[in-house]
Design a binder for this molecule. Structure first.
Ligand SMILES: [Zn+2]
Ligand SMILES: [Zn+2]
Length: 254
């Protein structure tokens, strides 16, 4: 399944930044980051061999960019990292090799690492697409957790896919199954919707108190799941107030 092109993702983030004021700042930042990731993706695509060390020049560039486009907090983290090039290899390798961040690293370091690792992983996954089962709760290619669920039209209904946080692989997943604990009981898998986002829903689990947002492309064909997921920030706030925790925070740690 081909993924929305980088330009389409950036454009969607810019459009939504105009209309969804509570998420305007994060979406503008997101558009800038996606534009940067597109360049990384294009440059890595040109070389046949990709290794983590090919990300180092891009890491240097990102650290120069963040003080101009990021928050004060990110900017100061970028300055510290820029002064410690001896940490760069470990930063990339550590986040690449660990299947989940598990809060082991500073969120700002994780943001820097994943901004670079996402286009890198996306290229590798495109070159070697993985087979998957509909009960597989982590990415068939890179074993990371899904960041969003995607509903696509199929016959009279919609089929549910999960979209990997890191490499962007999308794989088919059963409608009634919790990706965290495997709960299958319909009564324990409530779905919540909000009037301001009629095409976004919260898929929750009463057994493990986890949720994932779903973007329903049958209701809004213009949505770009990875971007609209960020835009529907208000649903995260609501879900967390109800006591659910997010299965996998997005790149921005939200
Ligand atoms: Zn993946
Ligand atoms: Zn569960």
């Amino acid at each position: 399944m081909s993924k929305p092109a980088w330009d389409k993702r950036a454009q969607r983030a810019r459009e939504l930044a105009q209309t969804i004021s509570p998420a305007s700042e994060i979406l503008t930042f997101c558009a800038n980051i996606v534009t940067f990731q597109k360049r990384v993706y294009q440059e890595l695509s040109r070389s046949r061999k990709s290794s983590l060390s090919s990300l180092i020049p891009h890491l240097r560039e990102l650290l120069g960019l963040l003080p101009r486009i990021g928050t004060a907090e990110l900017s100061s983290a970028a300055h510290s990292l820029a002064e410690a090039p001896s940490r760069w290899d470990d930063l990339l390798t550590g986040h690449w090799e660990s299947p989940s961040n598990n809060g082991m690293s500073d969120p700002k370091d994780a943001f820097v690492a994943y901004t670079l690792l996402q286009p890198y992983a996306e290229i590798l996954a495109e070159r070697n697409p993985a087979e998957s089962k509909t009960t597989q709760s982590t990415c068939p290619f890179c074993r990371r957790r899904p960041v969003v669920s995607v509903l696509r039209g199929e016959g009279d209904g919609a089929k549910r896919n999960l979209l990997c946080f890191l490499c962007g692989t999308e794989w088919a997943f059963r409608r009634l199954l919790c990706a965290k604990c495997g709960e299958e009981d319909r009564d324990k898998l409530p779905v919540f919707t909000a009037s301001d986002f009629d095409y976004v829903r919260v898929e929750a689990c009463e057994s493990c108190h986890t949720y994932i947002k779903a973007i329903d492309l049958t209701k809004n064909g213009l949505a770009v799941p990875v971007i609209d997921e960020v835009a529907a920030l208000s649903l995260d706030i609501w879900s967390q107030q109800q006591g659910y925790s997010k299965l996998q925070p997005n790149l921005f740690g939200l």
